[in-house]
Ligand binder design. Structure first.
Ligand SMILES: *Cc1c(COP(=O)(O)O)cnc(C)c1O
Length: 391
């Protein structure tokens, strides 16, 4: 069809630069090993930190929910799509997170957009880390609030931003808890102290910390013993929790306001019963099987040490997200392809997702990987790295 020549032109440029990627199809479930192109390979690119996508209790909860309550809800939450299970789950989440209330959105992405676009007006200022997730950036684009972006985890720059914006009605500092491309952790204790000194609010997006950090995977706020001092916590149900969704945990007044005004909540259909009941079961698993989180961290230590021993540049990660930084965009894609030939799936990530010349293969180990899986993967990294002259 004519009319899209301008898009084709741009796509050809990506192809020439070696950064054009087709979608990778999985022919199996999302496990420690997956089937791609008919071949079993080690999965190092999922966010399925604890292996909960295939946990028997989580799957069973979804099956029973479909039998009893059907495949869909048929409405948005605010009209006819709130089932008792939605409200029960939100009470359970609030209790889990030690907050007054919680509200579930269709995804972490819509939670961020919904919150930021809704609670700020032109009298307010949002103060945001430069490496925050795209959904935070898009939420900020939708507000009429003033914006001040501070240098990544730079507390001097954050303090300067707080000093510059003293006239605003509300200042909201927003940060990822764990940064998704580098795996570093936000200096939350310092952020909270500055916020208290300058009377600002704090919002933490714990997408990559939910189920990973804090007691039973409660997130970075719990990890740093800051319960009660962070105003808004966002979590995802799509990563370590293994299903789909996002939520906000915070004061009851915030939940009430969002129910009435957050557009993704108001204008998009509620989670199907299978999703909600699977999420509830997954949170129970976090409470009852903390050994999964221990396994995740011992696998993380082993894999990071192995990569460092081989001589790769793995940046400054403190979490199971370990980038293997190679520099050039096209090289990262070639490295990813070479790893797949060696039996390891680790996706290349390039500009604009990360800065230029910071292209990488990003790895995430999970609790579901065995030591043999990870030893095999390390050998594959060694061979592919040598073949491409990265090592
Ligand atoms: C993945 C991610 C999200 C989006 O979560 P979904 O539930 O997948 O929509 C939001 N914020 C951060 C920091 C993320 O890494």
């Amino acid at each position: 069809m004519k009319g899209f020549e301008y898009l084709e032109k741009e796509i050809r440029q990506w192809q020439d630069a070696g950064t054009y990627r087709s979608l990778t199809e999985l022919e199996s479930d999302q496990g420690a090993r997956v089937v791609i192109n008919g071949k079993e390979v080690i999965q190092l690119s999922s966010n399925n930190y604890l292996g909960l996508t295939t946990h028997p209790r989580v799957k069973q909860a979804a099956l029973e929910a479909i039998e009893r309550f059907g495949a869909g809800t048929g409405s948005v939450r605010t009209i006819a799509g709130t089932f008792s299970m939605h409200e029960d789950f939100e009470r359970e989440l609030a209790e889990f997170k030690h907050t007054e209330a919680a509200l579930v959105f269709q995804s972490g992405f819509t939670a961020n957009v919904g919150i930021l676009a809704t609670i700020l007006s032109d009298q307010d200022v949002v103060i945001s880390d430069e490496l925050n997730h795209a959904s935070i950036i898009d939420g900020i684009r939708l507000t009429k609030a003033g914006r001040r972006i501070y240098k990544h985890t730079d507390m001097e720059d954050l303090e300067a931003a707080l000093k510059e914006t003293q006239d605003a009605r509300t200042r909201l500092i927003v940060t990822d808890g764990v940064f998704s491309m580098d795996g570093d952790v936000a200096p939350l204790p310092e952020i909270v102290e500055l916020a208290e000194k300058y009377h600002a609010l704090v919002m933490v997006d714990d997408a990559h910390a939910s189920g990973v950090m804090g007691r039973n995977g409660r997130g970075t706020v719990d990890h740093f013993d800051l319960n009660g001092r962070v105003h808004i916590q966002v979590g995802t149900l799509s990563k370590a929790v293994g299903v789909l969704g996002g939520y906000v945990a915070g004061p009851a007044v915030l939940r009430d306001y969002l129910i009435h005004r957050a557009r993704p909540f108001l204008f998009s259909t509620s989670h199907p019963p299978a999703v909600t009941e699977a999420c509830r079961a997954a949170i129970q698993v976090l409470k009852e099987e903390p050994e999964l989180i221990d396994k995740l961290w011992s696998n993380t230590r082993m894999f990071k040490e192995g990569l460092a021993k081989l001589g790769f540049n793995t940046g400054k990660s403190d979490t199971p997200i370990t980038p293997v930084i190679v520099g050039q965009d096209a090289l990262a894609m070639k490295f990813s392809d070479a790893l797949l030939e060696e039996g390891v799936y680790a996706q290349g990530i390039a500009f604009p997702t990360v800065k230029r010349n910071q292209a990488r293969v990003r790895t995430i180990v999970t609790a579901a990987h065995s030591r043999e899986d990870l030893e095999y993967a390390l050998e594959a990294f060694g061979r592919a790295g040598q073949r491409l002259g990265i090592l």
